[in-house]
Each structure stands twice: as structure tokens, then as C-alpha cells.
Design a protein around this ligand. Structure first.
Ligand code: FAD
Ligand code: DHB
Length: 392
């Protein structure tokens, strides 16, 4: 099999890249190890930055998002039993975010690709990227599980969009990794309960962080900071609701709505950047190149920024023969990636309680939150980063 751009992975990065290339008349083949139902059901991110929303609309994938997504003009910070609202449009010249789940973004992009795009092959696992340093890179892959048949995809370029545990990163020799793990994770639940607040609530509490989010007007998504090695099954539904209630407590009469919990899982937290994001004709994008802790919801949005930059560079190469933008790809993406790494780290350390935190650390966190609540400059810094850094 042969194509111009071989794309490994049908997460948001690979699917959107295929769409952007298709729109520019460049053919691609997408290889995805999992089946379609799995990719469409995998619960992950929920918040789209303004720039991501604009890109999805321009790619023709905005119709259902605009109908069903929930535009949010702010978030609430909750600490010391108090509430402070951050008003995004007022602080950023009109920017906002959209609550629209990653599952739905993927469903929309898959439907479009299957309707009029190049091949999107599910249950097809890339085994290795070969010859990335030369002119004819290849992806060796296996179709149909462990006993399946092996084949080779010959490409002009390969995009490694295969997430944190993919194979593409291994084909970048002499890379360097910058990493940090955190001694806590997030226990996330989906519940059939109307959201208890009309915007997201980020809560700092002496018992640990909690986040109130949503998927629709009738489905709540909530997270609790838990120790890193927690098994989701260790928490009963009632214990989860009781703990959420404690961490969201306020001095006013706010109440948490409960409902049946339909899904529960624990997400580990790490920061990870692999540099460079390119070797020869292989380009890494999204989680294949970098991970952020989820606080602030940057992961999916970073993946979108990478593939927009990559698509632009590939289109430029095909149209003009110039490799200039491809050569700049890694450095261009990494500038934005490190700003998101910084923001996600700051928000994580602002709101989570480390196992060895001292009363001094607790007071500092509250002082940092007080600063955001009382200084327009500090609040603007948060609002600009939350609604998204410019792409490219
Ligand atoms: P992925 O979505 O990981 O997609 C990679 C794709 O490649 C997958 O479909 C995978 O099956 C496929 N693949 C892997 N190896 C191969 C192979 N060898 N051959 C073929 N295909 C392969 N971000 C937030 O902003 N908020 C959140 O709440 C949040 N929660 C998360 C929870 C979890 C458990 C995880 C893992 C991530 C979470 N993230 C969250 C991060 C966000 O979901 C990711 O940043 C986003 O999915 C990145 O998209 P991607 O396309 O780069 O990678
Ligand atoms: C969600 C996840 C996040 O990491 C975040 O900061 C906000 C919302 C969510 O899954 O809804």
C-alpha cells in the first residue's frame, strides 16, 4: 500500500490531520489499532479552546458541536469555602471555551473520514516506522489482531499520532525526554445528574482537589484528587459523592446534585515532553510527543495545535516544494507545548494537595488563589492561558 502521508493513530490528532489534508487535496491512510466502537467510547477530555472550536468549524466538523456543545464564558474557583468567577470574554477580548466531549469530536471526524476521506483502517496496529531518515519511510503494520496479516504502508511522510504508548516515538533517535510525575491521580466519574453549576468549578480543599464538569445538561462529569495508586473500585458511589460534597463546600447554600454513576476510572498525572518532535520524514503530534496533567484541559487542544501546524507545513511542501515549514515544525510546536506544560503544572500545583504538604504550603495556595481573585492582571493571565495560546 502507498500514500502521501501515513498517519498512525485515530485519536483527535490523527483524525483531524487526515481531515485537514483531505481538504487540501493531499491523500493519507490512517492506521488505528483499536476498533471503531472503542475509539468512539474512550472517555477523556471535555473542554475545547476557542482556537480548537475555530479549527473544527473550518474543517467542516463543527455542525453537531455548534448544536450540542455548551459555550462557557467562565469558570469558578472555589477555595476557603468561597467562590470566585473568572469571566473569560471580559478578560480576553471576547474569548470563551466549548464543553464538547472528545468522544463526540472523534465520532464526528470518523463519520466525515469514512464518508469522503482516504482509508481509515481500524484494528490495524502499526508495528514500527522504518527508514524515517531517508526518502521512503515505511510503516510496518498488522491487520486483525495477534494472528493477523502483516503489511507495509509506503509513504512520503509519516505522522506519529499514536498517543503516549504508541510506536512512532521509538523511531526518533537521539531524542530527549523531560518528565515529571505527580504523587496523585484523578478519580473521574460520569453521572446521570444535571450539573450542579452552569460552569466548571475548580475546587482547592485541604482534603484535595475536586472538579465539577459536565457532558450535557443531564450528565455530570466530576473528578476527585486521589493517591496515585488508587483503584477506582476501592471507592463506593456513596463515598465518592460524600467526598465531592466535602471538597465543594461553601459558606452559601450551594448544593451538589447526585445521580447514578455510570462510569468510574482513575487517570494518572504526568508531565512529559519529547524533543525534537521530528526525525527526517517522521513527525510526532499530540500525546505521542507530550503529555500534560489534565488540570486545565490542555491535552486535546495541544494535539489540535500540532496537527494544524503539521498540515500547514505539508501543504506548503506539496504546493511549493519548500521544506521550510517542515523544518520549523518541531520548534514551532514546542513553544506552544511548553506554555501549556507551564500552565498545566501551575494549575495542578495551585489546586492539588501534595501528600507532604505543610500548613505553610496550604497558606501559600490560598494566597495564590486570593491573588487571582483580587488582581485583574493575575486573573487575565489565567483566562488567557485557559482559553488557549495562539497556534503557530
Ligand atoms: P490519543 O487520543 O491517545 O490517540 C492515539 C490513538 O493511537 C489511539 O486511538 C490509539 O488506540 C492509537 N494507537 C496507539 N498505538 C497505536 C499503534 N501502534 N498503531 C495504531 N494505532 C495506535 N485531556 C484533557 O484535556 N482532559 C481530560 O480530562 C483528559 N483525560 C484523559 C484521560 C486519559 C485516561 C488519557 C490517556 C488522556 C486524557 N486527556 C485528557 C488527554 C487527552 O485525551 C489527550 O491529550 C488526547 O487524547 C490526545 O490526542 P491524540 O490523538 O494525540 O492521542
Ligand atoms: C474536564 C477535564 C479537565 O482536565 C478540565 O480541566 C476540565 C474539564 C472534563 O473532562 O470535562
Amino acid at each position: 500500500m502507498r500514500t502521501t502521508v501515513g498517519i498512525i493513530g485515530a485519536g483527535p490528532a490523527g483524525l483531524l490531520l487526515a481531515r485537514l489534508l483531505h481538504g487540501a487535496g493531499i491523500d493519507s491512510v490512517v492506521l488505528e489499532s483499536r476498533d471503531r466502537a472503542y475509539v468512539e467510547r474512550r472517555q477523556r477530555a471535555g473542554i475545547l479552546e476557542q482556537g480548537t472550536v475555530d479549527v473544527l468549524r473550518a474543517a467542516g466538523a463543527g455542525e453537531r458541536m455548534d448544536r450540542e456543545g455548551l459555550r462557557h464564558d467562565g469558570i469558578e474557583l472555589r477555595f476557603a469555602r468561597r467562590r470566585h468567577r473568572v469571566d473569560f470574554p471580559a478578560l480576553t477580548g471576547g474569548r470563551s471555551v466549548m464543553v464538547y466531549a472528545q468522544t463526540e469530536v472523534c465520532k464526528d471526524l470518523i463519520a466525515l473520514q469514512l464518508a469522503d476521506g482516504g482509508p481509515l483502517l481500524f484494528e490495524t496496529e502499526a508495528l514500527a516506522v522504518e527508514g524515517a531518515g531517508g526518502d521512503r519511510p515505511r510503516v510496518r503494520f498488522r491487520h486483525g489482531g495477534a494472528g493477523g496479516s502483516e503489511d507495509v504502508l509506503e509513504c512520503d511522510y509519516v505522522a506519529g499520532c499514536d498517543g503516549f504508548r504508541g510506536v512512532a516515538r521509538r523511531a526518533v533517535p537521539d531524542g530527549r525526554t523531560f518528565e515529571r510525575t505527580y504523587p496523585f491521580g484523578w478519580l473521574g466519574i460520569l453521572a446521570d445528574a444535571a450539573p450542579s453549576h452552569d460552569e466548571l468549578v475548580y475546587a482547592r480543599h485541604d482534603r484535595g482537589f475536586a472538579l465539577l464538569s459536565m457532558r450535557s445538561p443531564s450528565v455530570s462529569r466530576l473528578y476527585l484528587q486521589v493517591p496515585a495508586d488508587t483503584d477506582a473500585g476501592d471507592w463506593s458511589d456513596e463515598e465518592i459523592w460524600d467526598e465531592l460534597e466535602r471538597r465543594f463546600e461553601t459558606d452559601d447554600d450551594w448544593t451538589l446534585r447526585r445521580g447514578p454513576i455510570t462510569q468510574k476510572s482513575v487517570t494518572p498525572m504526568r508531565s512529559h515532553v519529547h524533543e525534537p518532535m521530528r526525525h527526517g520524514r517522521l513527525f510526532l503530534a499530540g500525546d505521542a510527543a507530550h503529555i500534560v496533567p489534565p488540570t486545565g484541559a490542555k491535552g486535546l487542544n495541544l494535539a489540535v495545535g500540532d496537527v494544524v501546524t503539521l498540515a500547514r507545513a505539508l501543504v506548503h511542501r506539496v504546493a511549493t516544494g519548500s521544506e521550510e515549514l517542515l523544518d520549523a515544525y518541531s520548534a514551532t510546536c514546542l513553544r506552544r507545548v511548553w506554555q501549556a506544560e507551564r500552565f498545566s503544572y501551575d494549575l495542578t500545583t495551585l489546586l492539588h494537595r501534595a501528600p507532604d504538604a505543610t500548613p505553610f504550603d496550604d497558606r501559600l495556595q490560598v494566597a495564590r488563589l486570593d491573588r487571582i481573585a483580587s488582581s485583574r492582571a493575575a486573573e487575565t493571565d489565567l483566562a488567557e492561558a485557559y482559553t488557549g495560546f495562539p497556534i503557530g
